[in-house]
Design a protein around this ligand. Structure first.
Ligand code: C5P
Length: 241
């Protein structure tokens, strides 16, 4: 079976294009992320089709944030479908509500710490307390996992620090902002290569444009898979020695 540490972000405008891309990639990827941009274009139907017809794993990136009763109800609805990962904002009350909604299903809840597009000036404007962004990310990750999150989504540059937290034992770390060497950074600022992200403790890496914008998306996905496999072998080597 294809390694599921690579999650390909299907950031295409509609489900039909998403399905075509997944078919083109074929067995070079077994895990797909579907986000808000696609959800209004048939994304949930595509998620179900990729899961049930093609046997793929699915990460729904909805970043839910609302009062507890609404979060719980929304997650309970999503948990009826046999999907794998769902994001919510990492505020402990949101995480607890999401976990209640997911109870009895295999849906795992990932907490968003601080959006990677935000800097300290944005946090000041939103009246978020003092502290550097990395420090706040680490604190929010610890609290979200303590509240029951199955893992967190964070920049690869924060992965090692989060992996070292006692609260992170047995939890998932999922990192977007991953760029194979030589590919375009796009608007991502705090990036790392697939190998670096895996070495720093990421369980899954999310890669979008370097795959779906590539001339040959299947070959791009295969190249990332090889890089992950090599990084993993090196890490296991370190672990044994
Ligand atoms: O194209 P690219 O590889 O930058 O895509 C990364 C994907 O991960 C996008 O779907 C983006 O919305 C998502 N994401 C992110 N940063 C976060 C959370 C999600 O880039 N903090």
């Amino acid at each position: 079976m294809t390694d599921d540490r690579l999650i390909v972000a299907l950031d295409l405008p509609n489900a039909l294009d998403g399905l075509k891309l997944a078919e083109q990639i074929g067995d070079a990827a077994s895990f797909y992320k579907i986000g808000l941009g696609m959800l209004t274009g048939g994304g949930l139907a595509l998620a179900n089709e990729l899961k049930s017809e093609y046997g793929k794993r699915i990460f729904l990136d909805m970043k839910l944030f609302d009062i507890p009763a609404t979060v719980e109800a929304a997650v309970r609805g999503i948990a009826q479908f046999d999907l794998d990962l769902l994001t919510v904002h990492g505020d402990p009350y949101v995480v607890r509500a999401a976990k209640q909604g997911a109870a009895g299903s295999s849906l795992r809840i990932l907490a968003v710490t601080i959006l990677t597009s935000l800097d300290r000036a944005d946090l000041d404007e939103a009246l978020i307390r003092d502290g550097t962004v990395p420090d706040l990310v680490i604190d929010r990750a610890a609290r979200a996992m303590e509240a029951g999150a199955d893992g967190v989504i964070c920049s690869p540059q924060e992965a090692a620090m989060i992996r070292a937290l006692p609260e992170a034992a047995g939890k998932l770390i999922v990192t977007p902002g991953v760029r194979p060497a030589g590919t375009d950074k796009g608007d991502q600022k705090r990036i790392a290569t697939p190998a670096q992200a895996i070495s720093d403790g990421a369980d899954h890496i999310v890669v979008g444009r370097p795959v779906w914008r590539a001339e040959n998306p299947r070959a791009a996905a295969q190249a990332i898979q090889s890089e992950i496999a090599t990084a993993w072998q090196l890490n296991s080597g370190f672990a044994r020695s």
